[in-house]
Ligand binder design. Structure first.
Ligand SMILES: [Zn+2]
Ligand SMILES: [Zn+2]
Length: 154
């Protein structure tokens, strides 16, 4: 690829059943992207699809979050040095996509994933998962505004 003429492009297909990148696991990681040789290195562009395991923000159950990563990055190639935070082509001509994929994946995880839109969450008193049933403390758990209203009615 590096001896290739400028503008040469190649389509690369990724098809990993599962891939571990440091602290995150992507299952699977698939997609087709284009690598284009330009004057400074290799520019890669295209979408990758994956799923990540996360935790429901309400009930802490594990949730599988589908994500799409949009590759749009230049891997610098000597004599060009990459600016801080950018990527370089390895000495062996290998593009190590892992750090980039990790970075982009982390951006894609929703801050508050839910196992389902109407997740009822956990009881703050006993930790009962309200999706699986109510608990005994639930009836004492009166909204303070309702409690004020009730005292007015009394
Ligand atoms: Zn949940
Ligand atoms: Zn409870």
């Amino acid at each position: 690829m590096f001896e290739a003429d400028l503008g040469t492009s190649r389509t690369i297909e990724l098809r990993y059943p599962t891939i571990q990148v440091e602290d995150i696991t992507l299952t699977p990681l698939t997609g087709t992207f284009t690598a284009i040789r330009n004057s400074k290195g290799i520019y890669i562009t295209g979408p990758l699809h994956s799923k990540m395991e996360s935790e429901c923000a309400r009930c802490l159950d594990s949730v599988t979050v589908p994500i799409t990563i949009q590759l749009d990055d230049l891997f610098y190639y000597p004599p060009y040095t990459a600016p801080p935070g950018e990527f370089v082509v390895g000495e062996d001509g290998f593009l190590d996509l892992a750090p980039l994929v990790r970075e982009l994946s982390l951006l894609e995880i929703p801050m508050q994933p839910f196992c389902r839109p109407d997740c009822k969450g956990l009881c703050p008193e006993c930790g009962q998962n309200w999706n699986e049933g109510s608990c005994d403390c639930e009836k004492d758990d009166i909204d303070p505004r309702l409690a004020a209203l009730r005292s007015l009615l009394d």
